[in-house]
Design a protein around this ligand. Structure first.
Ligand code: NAD
Ligand code: LMR
Length: 329
């Protein structure tokens, strides 16, 4: 017997990430090749015509798993009974901006959407915030949802998977090992240049990759800045922010959350106090996911260099939290 469809709400459906994301969700890459989906597409009133165009293209793919589509500019309609919400819709930064510069422009979107999710979605809805600055936007959406109650406050995530994937590619190039062989990558903290891509625990076919690479200067002066500033490098080269790789990371995050993963995955999740990160801050942690539930990997040694990096990215998130405090009153 075929499974009941899952409802996937995607905001910013007319945008560039939306265009890379929706077709892959409808083809089963996110929730499984046996899982029908209904797409619930939210965008601004002026983007509804473009959303209709994307829906025409989705129809023209004749995806066997696409069980329905809704287009709307009303968050209450978009999030109705949603199992998964991908919050992509927000302004992207341009050249010379940091993601935190978007806080005021985009923060307000997430108070409205967090509330609408909590009022309308399934109680066990999984929410992934992609719109920047994604950690603090997820923090805002979660705080707004907590005021309503009903949904699981642990299920409001920010996307650090793009950083995790970027770190894997850079490390594969440096170590000469295949990306697929690299396990146990972590990116701690904020999706910003302060993030700490930490490969101290990485293994490749049983070998320690840190021992293989054995190059602190490369780590400090090449690897961390390359991963941390990759988004800006893409904006500089393309004139637009990353889209296909961001959509790919969103699919990876949700797929691993729902269907499980054998490897560690970096997820921006509300802290439970692990590793000294204050509760509720949405922070990139090493996670594992089994039976649809994620858990922060515990007990990793944090050396002095790493503690300095983790404290710096935490400080930035605490500053962002303070900057949005008024929005959450
Ligand atoms: P885009 O400008 O191409 O599309 C954004 C879409 O969102 C537009 O269609 C716009 O109309 C819509 N939108 C704006 N406000 C909305 C609202 N209140 N409700 C619903 N829809 C709304 O941008 P994009 O390139 O698709 O990027 C979207 C966001 O994702 C940006 O904030 C960008 O910085 C961020 N991003 C994050 C990551 C990450 O790793 N976390 C990676 C890439 C991009
Ligand atoms: C990225 O990392 O590519 C995105 O967050 C877009 C940006 O503004 O850098």
């Amino acid at each position: 017997m075929s499974k009941a469809p899952m409802r996937v709400a995607v905001t910013g459906a007319a945008g560039q990430i939306g265009y890379s994301l929706l077709f892959r969700i409808a083809s089963g890459e996110m929730l499984g090749k046996d899982q029908p989906v209904i797409l619930q597409l939210l965008d601004l009133p002026q983007a509804q015509k473009a959303v209709k165009g994307v829906m025409m293209e989705l129809e023209d793919c004749a995806f066997p798993l696409l069980a329905g589509m809704v287009a709307t500019d009303d968050p209450n309609v978009a999030f109705k009974d949603a199992d998964v919400c991908l919050l992509v819709g927000a302004r992207p930064r341009g050249p010379g901006m940091e993601r935190a510069d978007l806080l005021t422009a985009n923060g307000a979107i997430f108070t409205v959407q967090g509330k609408a999710i909590a009022e309308n979605a399934k109680e066990d809805v999984r929410v992934l915030v992609v719109g920047n600055p994604c950690n603090t936007n997820a923090y805002i959406a979660r705080a707004a949802a907590i005021k309503v109650g009903r949904t699981n406050p642990n299920n409001y995530h920010g996307m650090l998977r793009l950083d995790h994937n970027r770190a894997l590619s850079q490390l594969a190039a440096k170590s000469g090992r295949a990306v697929s062989s690299l396990k146990k990558m972590v990116v701690w903290g904020n999706h910003s240049p302060s993030m700490y891509a930490d490969y101290r625990f990485c293994e490749s076919n049983g070998d320690s990759v840190k021992a293989l690479v054995n190059d602190h200067a490369w780590n400090n002066d090449v690897f961390l800045p390359t991963v941390g500033k990759r988004g800006a490098a893409i904006i500089e080269a393309r004139g637009l922010s990353s889209a296909a790789s961001a959509a790919n990371a969103a699919i990876d995050h949700v797929r691993d959350w729902v269907l499980g993963s054998d490897d560690w995955v970096t997820m921006g999740v509300p802290s439970d106090g692990s590793y000294g990160i204050p509760e509720g801050i949405v922070f990139g942690f090493p996670c594992e996911s089994k039976n649809g539930q994620f858990k922060i990997i515990q007990g990793l040694e944090i050396d002095e260099y790493s503690r300095g990096k983790i404290n710096a990215t935490l400080k930035e998130l605490e500053d962002e939290r303070a900057a949005v405090a008024d929005m959450l009153k």
